[in-house]
Design a protein around this ligand. Structure first.
Ligand SMILES: Nc1ncnc2c1ncn2[C@@H]1O[C@H](COP(=O)(O)OP(=O)(O)O)[C@@H](O)[C@H]1O
Ligand SMILES: [Mg+2]
Length: 252
């Protein structure tokens, strides 16, 4: 992302950016109609050059940063993020030509599959200080899923958000990073805005999300020097054990 005056600009693969552009626009409509969140407007998309421009919002602070600062508004915003995701899953509809499925293991029965955000993480959800509202960014799927999927089990977005909260722990906050309460608050927001049976198949996806988390940790460790990688794996194993315990015992 690069900034130029009032423009935020992304460059990259035209086909991926085309999907991001349409998702961003549709999601923006859902944000407005639900009154739950805001999505920066798409200003222009140049398919030839692979350039997507958004309105630039000033005064954004990510939920991750609020968590680091122990900001008291964090939990209310996490609950709202859960409700926002439920609205997205209920209302997001994309054209057939951009309906790209997640890998088969992340496809569920028909009533469980939805158009997904794809990379819902605390660094892609922000508090906008001037409007005091929630802003959801980055409507392209997580790199680990190949960036293209737009459709699949609702549990992908829910559990991916949980994984990111546990994994994004700052090393110095290992013992005081309350990932369990953060994740629980988010899931409760989702559940409160959905009918009860929407989350009943939650346990079916646990082994899949653990596998994805281990893959992501290995990937991130490999990008570090050997000493830093060893340290990273050490504290990530601790957080992985906590994620596992939390999800195995999770009751709505
Ligand atoms: N419209 C915007 N206005 C202001 N800042 C933005 C905007 N979009 C993104 N950003 C900032 O840039 C960062 C990266 O943007 P994001 O869309 O998440 O791209 P990436 O695909 O690189 O993760 C965000 O975390 C946010 O801080
Ligand atoms: Mg991002």
């Amino acid at each position: 992302m690069e900034f130029d005056g009032d423009i935020a600009r992304k460059t990259g693969s035209p086909s991926l950016l085309a999907v991001e552009a349409i998702k961003t626009q549709r999601a923006g409509e859902i944000g407005r109609s639900s009154g739950l969140f805001y999505v920066p407007k798409v200003i222009s998309f140049d398919a030839g050059a692979g350039v997507l421009e958004f309105e630039r919002l000033r005064g954004l602070v990510t939920l991750f940063d609020l968590a680091v600062k122990k900001d008291p508004r964090l939990f209310e915003l996490l609950e709202k993020t859960g409700r926002a995701l439920a609205a997205i899953h209920r209302q997001l509809v994309l054209p057939d030509e951009v309906k790209h499925e997640l890998p088969p293991e992340w496809m569920g029965p028909a009533d469980e599959n939805v158009f997904i955000h794809g990379d819902l993480a605390s660094i892609n959800v922000c508090f906008h200080e001037p409007s005091r509202g929630l802003v959801i960014l980055d409507w392209s799927a997580a790199p680990i899923m190949g960036r293209t999927p737009t459709f699949g089990s609702r549990f992908f977005d829910i559990l991916w958000f949980a994984c990111c909260i546990f994994r994004d722990v700052p090393a110095k906050r290992l013992l005081s990073w309350d990932a369990e309460t953060m994740t629980d608050t988010f899931i409760r927001g989702y559940a409160n805005a959905s009918s009860e049976d929407k989350l009943s198949r939650f346990p079916d996806y646990l082994s899949k999300i653990y596998r994805l988390q281990r893959r992501k940790i290995r990937y991130l460790a490999r990008r570090r020097s050997p000493v830093k990688a060893a340290l990273y794996i050490f504290y990530q194993l601790f957080m992985y054990a906590r994620l596992h315990t939390f999800l195995q015992n999770y009751k709505l």
